[in-house]
Ligand binder design. Structure first.
Ligand code: MRU
Length: 373
């Protein structure tokens, strides 16, 4: 078991989210302390898990999904119920609570719904068997995430060439997933192959995920990374330094409109102006068939302190000023060159392309169920 507050060396030899079965906890890196301190913390209670997600100690759509899966497993494990109905009632209560932590990243509800299905499908088994099945599912969600990210990286790598300049916004990196990241996966795979990309990381106001996390993890991995303020992306594009933009996503609507970290849509607009391809790296778990367009996406609003005083020695905005702090914006599908998934690259019209991607996924899952591969 790892100790609370254990300090790790910086670098890539870490797990963003880990299950500590023996200790009855989820172990995460407290991302709010990076890059100054690489510290592991343990989450045991529903409140601790909810707070860690809400406070962005663990963040990024896939990592939130994995945390929720481990979280609901641990909470379910602690349910003391004599029959399925009372177990299921308590399970749903805990599930709904975790699901309320953040609204935009669909991976949170996606993972929790997947865990709920495990309960339903094993209804006829004993409670202990259901708990074991939940554990297997949570581990599978994490393991799949590694494969998904690596495969997105392989597809993404085919869209760029050695020496290219790549711009990214926010952190869709290893810290946001189980490994490789989504938007960073082509960068890491290129690094393995000696592609020598020049990466530009937007600092990503107001919570600075680009400066604190993307710049940190890419630098630790030896990638040539340059940090820029959010308002500099148009200039580096105009300078001819950027050949492609790769970003992650929190929810992709069925028409291709994509919610990602606030500021992403500005980057997409600038990229279009400069004729630079703009790629969204999206696990299929982040593509939401039930959300028809970007207008249907619930955008999380965050506390005003994040804009006025966090990260500053002293408050830097006048007391009482009105603040608007949406955590995400929606990039319209016509600004997106392609959506890179683990089942291939989708291009407009997105409804048709996603339909094909999901059919391919369904076939692969069927083959896996039949042959175990
Ligand atoms: O508020 P955050 O830090 O959770 O926002 C994260 C992002 O916007 C990421 O780009 C997105 O979740 C994709 S992570 C692979």
């Amino acid at each position: 078991m790892k100790d609370d507050g254990q300090i790790l060396n910086s670098g890539m030899e870490y797990e963003t989210v880990e299950l500590d079965e023996e200790g009855g906890s989820i172990v995460i890196i407290d991302q709010t302390l990076l890059p100054g301190k690489m510290e592991l913390i343990h989450l045991r209670t529903a409140q601790e898990i909810w707070d860690a997600i809400y406070l962005l100690k663990v963040r990024g759509a896939p990592a939130i999904g994995v945390t929720a899966a481990f979280g609901i497993y641990l909470l379910a494990k602690g349910i003391d119920a004599g029959d399925y109905e009372s177990f299921y009632r308590e399970f749903i209560k805990q599930k709904d609570y975790l699901n309320s932590a953040r609204p935009t990243a669909v991976n949170l509800s996606w993972a929790l719904e997947r865990m709920e299905r495990v309960c339903q499908e094993n209804k006829e088994q004993g409670i202990n068997e259901i708990k074991e099945a939940l554990k297997r599912e949570a581990i599978a969600i994490k393991e799949e995430d590694v494969w998904v990210c690596r495969t997105i990286g392989e597809y993404g790598l085919g869209l760029v060439k050695p020496g290219d300049g790549i711009l990214t916004h926010c952190n869709a990196g290893q810290l946001a997933t189980s490994k490789y990241g989504t938007a960073t996966a082509p960068i890491y795979l290129g690094q393995e192959k000696g592609y020598h990309f020049r990466v530009f990381a937007d600092e990503t106001r107001p919570l600075l995920q680009g400066a604190r996390l993307t710049a940190y993890e890419l630098k630790a991995a030896g990638v040539d990374v340059t940090l820029i303020c959010d308002n500099m992306s148009a200039m580096v594009m105009k300078n001819g330094w950027i050949d492609a933009v790769f970003v992650g996503c929190d929810r992709v609507a069925w028409n291709g409109d994509t919610a990602n970290k606030i500021g992403t849509s500005l980057v997409a607009i600038a990229a279009k102006r400069h004729k630079i391809p703009f790629y969204v790296c999206a696990p299929t778990s982040t593509i939401d068939r039930r959300t028809k367009t970007g207008g249907d996406i619930h955008i999380e609003q965050r506390p005003e302190e994040e804009v006025t005083s966090m990260w500053y020695k002293e408050r830097m905005a006048p007391e009482g000023v009105k603040v608007y702090n949406p955590a995400f914006d929606v990039t319209d599908h016509d600004l997106i060159t392609a959506v890179v998934t683990e089942y291939g690259i989708a291009r407009a019209p997105y409804e048709k392309a996603f339909q094909e991607i999901f059919e391919k996924k369904e076939k692969a899952l069927e083959a896996f169920r039949e042959n175990g591969k």
